[in-house]
Design a protein around this ligand. Structure first.
Ligand code: GRF
Length: 221
């Protein structure tokens, strides 16, 4: 995917949409050659919808409660995404488990950001679990989505050192600041044709990555 035209994105959200905002801002600053074709939320009240409206991005609510089954919801979601023909589908705080069918439909075209250094700490409450285990380091990962939750090949991670006075709240804030850097970065690398994936292995600049690319955060404390 090496292009002069902007890479086209559909962003899925459920909540505040600060990662969406970071992507909008990087596009506006000219740092990311991308176009958000649509924002889709399963939550009618998601604040991220206001962010989309403010940025003049088309948005849609597909409320999962209106569908009898997960499959029916995912079929509508797939149809709405496909109507935009995006190059990439960006999960940005989208709080629904997706069916294998949907995930396989968008194989190698769907990204997620997860607040841990995957493969460690999949699932929820990552900040508290990292503290409970007295880990020295924490961070976030951008990965391709595969049917197994939080398990897909990682493109890039940001690493922070845990400080003695950190709690789950401070960690969440510090990790999120890194998310706003590495999510646009991963999209940019794909847009520039620098990232490819085969046999569930990420290649960056034509080299297979045995370990994910890592960015070390500069301490902001
Ligand atoms: C992010 O912190 C991300 O790690 C997780 O969901 C959160 C979404 O936040 N997957 P926001 O909606 O982008 O503000």
């Amino acid at each position: 995917m090496n292009r002069s035209s902007p890479i086209s994105l559909v962003v899925l959200i459920s909540g505040s949409g600060t990662n969406l905002q970071a992507i909008i801002d990087e596009i506006a600053k000219g740092n990311l050659n991308a176009r958000i074709a649509a924002v889709i939320s399963n939550e009618p009240e998601a604040y991220g919808l206001k962010r989309a409206a403010q940025a003049g991005i088309p948005y849609e609510v597909i409320n999962h409660r209106d569908f009898p089954t997960r499959q029916a919801f995912d079929q509508q979601l797939t149809a709405s995404i496909e109507s935009c023909q995006p190059d990439l589908v960006i999960l940005a705080g989208f709080m629904r488990i997706l069916t294998d069918q949907l995930v396989n439909h968008f194989e190698h075209r769907m990204l997620n950001i997860h607040p841990s250094l995957l493969p460690d700490y999949k699932g929820l409450h990552t900040h508290q679990r990292v503290l409970d285990d007295q880990q020295p380091r924490h961070g976030c990962s951008v990965h391709f989505v595969t049917p197994k939750l939080d398990d897909g090949p990682v493109i890039v991670q940001a690493v922070i050192d845990i400080e003695a006075d950190d709690n789950a709240n401070s960690l969440q804030q510090r990790v999120q600041q890194q998310e706003y850097i590495i999510y646009p970065m991963a999209i940019r690398m794909i847009a520039e044709g620098r990232v490819t994936i085969s046999a569930d292995q990420v290649h960056i600049d034509n080299k297979i990555r045995q370990q994910p690319l890592q960015v070390k955060a500069v301490s902001t404390k």
